[in-house]
Write a protein that binds this ligand. Structure first.
Ligand code: ADP
Length: 468
């Protein structure tokens, strides 16, 4: 692994190498900090909101992401031409691409994110698990060794006890993953998983984990600066997922004791320190609450970028995480120490997708003839409701990119109050011209099991009958 030096320096122009809501959200903070903003766009986005809001906009290429937003040389060239001293990658696209970070290092442009070496350390699941074990971060019982002999893997699975989960070491996005219910099905599952992994990642290495049947997805927001300081900004519960896609998130995680919160937070900071992390990161854990309230937690993976759901953390801490990112990228110290951070209430985020729940969530396209939310009419406090959107009335929604249109984020003094606000805000959202999942979000947010915080990653599956 190449150990590149991590670049930080002051800059006055920021290029945002992304589109949609996250590009708009990053530019909002950049502007507030007095920075000049540069947008990049594909042909499909020539008139998009993030382009309209930037001080300058540069075309990258055709609509296909591979020929525009994912094209390293085009993005670096846009930074050069616009005189941008730094690039914020948002999430997705080039945000966890080590080669991109190295190209920026070479060009003397600041990457608003971790060093390439930290991205690489978390990129391979087996290698990452070895590092985490070394740092004393709890792992799901399992096998992540180099020896990939069939008989050995089978013996390891028997030892762990069924059901087990086979995972491609090089995997991601839920690919190359299979649950094995019993010893009898092991060999066939292993063969299938290897084929899938070879096809998707050009790599056949597998790891095996105990399959937890009702875990919660609880992730910890961490932040490190380039001076050796690291803190955690508490946790988010993202258990409500559809096909491993998060739909509703909240912070803090309901029912967490202060002791467990601290334990998970400190484990997450250890994980970040182990790999020389700098910037905003998220350490994902599975929380096994099948044995009672404060169950065991296990490291799953670390996302080396700002997450989609970062606003719920901002709401409960009163901090602007993008501002923290930009300050750290400029070489400043973390704005606050651990004991200066507190949780002041509860927050939810609902992801509004252009998709049709009635048609198996098929992505929807069209022109938004109306996209608005009447806060005043609904008697909602603008301090407590936030709509992070990449679109406005009149905008076109194409099929080229992720169908997420916006995120609705709310705050309340406690969970019940925040949930009531979420429901009123969802009702106040007025979207016409493009089909969305709004009604589905409303069914989730009014569901009694959700109200009672009966959360695990199979929530949607379990309540299918009352949700559809
Ligand atoms: P990917 O990188 O492909 O997203 P992850 O390792 O992050 O794969 O796992 C994706 C999802 O699979 C998790 O969010 C969780 O819901 C589920 N999962 C992962 N590991 C386990 C496990 N050991 N037991 C039960 N569910 C798991």
């Amino acid at each position: 692994m190449s150990q590149t030096t991590h670049h930080t320096k002051r800059f006055d122009t920021l290029l945002v190498a992304n589109r949609g809501e996250i590009a708009c959200r990053v530019m909002r903070t950049a502007r507030a900090m007095g920075l000049r903003t540069v947008a990049v766009y594909s042909d499909a986005d020539a008139n998009a909101r993030h382009v309209r809001e930037a001080d300058e906009a540069i075309r990258l290429g055709p609509a296909a992401a591979r020929e525009s937003y994912l094209k390293v040389e085009a993005v670096v060239e846009a930074a050069r031409r616009s005189g941008a001293g730094a690039i914020h990658p948002g999430y997705g696209f080039l945000s966890e691409n080590g080669a991109f970070v190295e190209a920026l290092d070479q060009a003397g442009i600041v990457f608003v994110g971790p060093p390439a070496s930290a991205i690489a350390a978390m990129g391979d699941k087996s290698a990452a698990k070895s590092r985490m074990a070394h740092a004393g971060v709890p792992l799901v019982p399992g096998y992540h060794g180099d020896d990939q002999d069939d008989a050995l893997l089978k013996a390891e699975a028997d030892k762990i006890g069924y059901p087990v989960l086979l995972k491609a070491s090089a995997g991601g996005g839920g690919k190359g993953m299979r649950v094995v219910e019993s010893a009898a099905g092991f060999q066939a599952a292993l063969d299938g998983c290897r084929r899938e992994s070879q096809a998707a990642f050009g790599d056949q290495r597998m790891l095996i984990e105990k399959y937890l049947t009702q875990p919660r997805h609880v992730e910890v927001q961490v932040f490190c600066d380039s001076h050796g300081n690291g803190v955690y900004l508490f946790e988010r519960d993202c258990s409500v997922q559809r096909r491993h896609q998060k739909v509703l998130e909240e912070a803090p995680a309901p029912g967490m004791s202060e002791g467990l919160r601290r334990e998970m937070g400190e484990a997450a900071v250890r994980a970040a320190r182990e790999i020389g992390y700098v910037g905003a990161g998220t350490v994902e854990f599975l929380l096994d609450s099948s044995q009672g309230q404060d169950g065991a937690f296990y490291f799953m993976e670390m996302n080396t970028r700002l997450q989609v759901e970062h606003p719920v953390t901002e709401m409960i801490t009163g901090q602007d995480l993008v501002e923290w990112q930009l300050r750290v990228a400029m070489g400043e110290r973390l704005p606050l120490a651990q004991d200066e951070l507190t949780i002041t209430g509860h927050s939810f985020e609902a992801r509004l997708y252009a998709e049709d729940p009635e048609q198996d969530f098929l992505p929807a396209t069209g022109t938004l003839t109306r996209f608005a939310m009447d806060l005043e009419g609904a008697g909602l406090d603008p301090e407590r409701v936030r709509l992070d959107s990449g679109v406005e009335t009149g905008d076109a929604v194409s099929m080229h990119y992720d169908p997420m249109l916006a995120k609705l984020i709310v705050f309340g003094d406690d969970r019940a109050q925040a949930l009531a606000t979420l429901n009123r805000a969802l009702a106040a959202l007025d979207v016409q011209g493009v089909v969305t999942n709004r009604a589905f979000l409303q069914r989730l947010a009014t569901h009694t099991a959700f109200r009672d915080a009966e959360l695990d990653t199979r929530f949607i599956e379990k309540h299918e009958e009352t949700l559809f």
